[in-house]
Design a protein around this ligand. Structure first.
Ligand SMILES: [Zn+2]
Length: 82
């Protein structure tokens, strides 16, 4: 593989100024882990609480993703404290 071919690939990288989430070629990745994310989960976890008009998450303001409440409930179910 030649490096010239690689450099011809255009990578579009966007970062949300509000929540720091990253989009690479239109795919959302979590800023902390670099793992592929889910825009709706991001909205539920971050953008719906912290986001404002500067948030670039297309799902900002939408319901339906994972929320902390849901996540905490799942954690409690997985690890019951007795
Ligand atoms: Zn955002």
């Amino acid at each position: 593989m030649s490096s010239k071919e690689l450099s011809d690939l255009s990578v579009e990288r966007k970062e949300c100024p509000k929540c720091g989430a990253i989009w690479i070629n239109g795919e959302h990745y979590w800023s902390g882990t670099g793992k592929k994310g889910n825009e709706l989960d991001l909205a539920g976890l971050v953008c719906n609480k912290l986001g404002d008009e500067t948030c670039i998450n297309p799902c900002n303001g939408m319901d339906g993703g994972v929320t902390w409440e849901k996540r905490l409930t799942e954690l409690e179910n997985d690890h019951p404290s007795n």
